[in-house]
Design a binder for this molecule. Structure first.
Ligand code: SF4
Length: 327
C-alpha cells in the first residue's frame, strides 16, 4: 500500500475524552498511539501495546474499572456473583496486566539492545497494597447509590454500555456513551464513573457529560428531549467516591459539539504535519516531564531522556520545515 493511502486510512476521525486528554498532554504520544494503527507492518505493529504501557497504580485502576463493569454485566444477565473472592479477582487482573507488560518490555529491549528505563521490580508487598486499595474502592462504590439500588433491584430499568461503542456524528466516530443508564420517573440518568479524578468538576468533565446527552438523544428508545436527562459522574478523589449531578441546556449541547469538532480538526492538522513520510520530528513533545515517566515510548522518544532539550530541537526542526515550505 502506498504512503498516501496509508496516511489517509490513519487520519484521525475518532473522538473520545481519552484521546482529547492525550492530545493535550503529549501530541507525540497521541500520534504514536492513534496515528499508526492500520496497515503498518514491522515495529509499528507493536505501537499500540507500547502506547498502552502504564504504571502498576494505573493497572490497579484498570482492574477496578473492569471489575465494576463485570459486576454490573453479571447482574444484568442474572449470572451468580461471589463477593468472597474479590481480592483474588483483582489480584489476577493486576498480575495479568503486569505479565502482558513484561512481553511489551521484551519487545522494547530487543529493539534498543539494552535494559529499558521502564524496567522496575514490583514486589509482592506492592501488589498486596494495590489489591487492598482496589478492594476498598470496589466495595465502597458497590455499596453506594445508584449501584446498590441497581444490585438490590430498587432501580428496575437500567442498562450498561461500553465506551468502545461509537456514535457517528458528521462522519466522525464519537466515543461518548455513558457507562450506565437508568430510568427513574420521567428522568433518564446517564452516568460515567472514573476510578481516579480530581475533587472538583473540571471543564472537560462537563464536556464529557454533555456529550453523553448527544449520544442519548441519538439512541432509539431513549428520550429525544435533552430536558429529561440527568447527567451523573461518579469519581474517586480525595479518598472517597464523589457523585456529581447536572443537567444541560441546548447551548451546552451546541458548545460540546463545537469543541468536539474543533478537537478532531486539531487532531487531523497534527497528523497532516507528518506528511506522507510520517515524519515524527514535526510533532511536538509532552508539556511536562512527569508525563514521560510512565510513557511506553520513553526509551525511543527523545523526550524520554531530556524533555527540555528535545523540545527545543523539535521546535527548531518544525520551524526549519515551515521556512522550507515558504521558500
Ligand atoms: S516520552 Fe514524553 S515526549 Fe515522548 S511520547 Fe512519551 S510522553 Fe511524549
Amino acid at each position: 500500500m502506498n504512503e498516501k493511502k496509508i496516511q489517509s486510512i490513519n487520519k484521525p476521525r475518532t473522538w473520545s475524552v481519552t484521546r482529547r486528554e492525550l492530545l493535550n498532554k503529549c501530541p507525540r504520544a497521541f500520534i504514536l498511539k492513534y496515528g499508526f494503527k492500520k496497515k503498518q507492518g514491522g515495529f509499528n505493529r507493536h505501537l499500540t501495546n507500547i502506547s498502552n504501557w502504564t504504571s502498576p497504580y494505573i493497572l490497579m485502576q484498570r482492574a477496578l474499572r473492569g471489575l465494576i463493569i463485570q459486576r454490573l454485566e453479571c447482574a444484568s444477565r442474572g449470572v451468580k456473583w461471589e463477593e468472597t473472592d474479590i481480592a483474588l479477582k483483582i489480584r489476577s487482573r493486576i498480575i495479568g496486566g503486569l505479565k502482558r507488560q513484561k512481553s511489551v518490555l521484551a519487545v522494547i529491549e530487543k529493539r534498543i539492545g539494552k535494559s529499558s528505563l521502564l524496567r522496575r521490580n514490583i514486589n509482592k508487598k506492592e501488589i498486596d497494597r494495590l489489591v487492598e486499595i482496589c478492594c476498598m474502592r470496589y466495595h465502597s462504590i458497590i455499596s453506594a447509590a445508584p449501584f446498590s439500588e441497581i444490585l438490590n433491584g430498587k432501580i428496575e430499568q437500567w442498562f450498561i454500555f461500553s465506551r468502545l461503542t461509537s456514535t457517528v456524528v458528521n462522519d466522525f466516530d464519537l466515543h461518548i456513551s455513558p457507562d450506565l443508564v437508568w430510568i427513574k420517573g420521567r428522568n433518564c440518568h446517564l452516568l460515567r464513573f472514573n476510578v481516579q479524578g480530581l475533587s472538583k468538576l473540571q471543564h472537560h468533565k462537563s464536556l464529557e457529560n454533555t456529550a453523553m446527552v448527544i449520544w442519548a438523544i441519538n439512541q432509539k428508545g431513549l428520550p429525544s428531549n435533552h430536558e429529561r436527562y440527568v447527567i451523573e459522574n461518579f469519581v474517586w478523589s480525595c479518598g472517597k467516591w464523589n457523585r456529581w449531578i447536572e443537567t444541560c441546556n441546548l447551548t451546552d449541547i451546541q458548545n460540546a459539539r463545537g469543541i468536539i469538532m474543533k478537537d478532531i480538526s486539531e487532531m487531523q492538522e497534527l497528523y497532516n504535519r507528518m506528511g506522507p513520510a510520517l515524519d515524527l520530528s514535526q510533532i511536538p513533545l509532552a508539556k511536562d516531564e512527569s508525563i514521560c515517566l510512565d510513557c511506553g515510548h520513553r526509551d525511543t522518544c527523545p523526550g524520554g531522556e531530556n524533555l527540555e532539550r528535545a523540545s527545543l530541537i523539535q521546535s527548531a526542526l518544525e520551524m526549519a520545515k515551515a521556512a522550507q515550505k515558504r521558500a
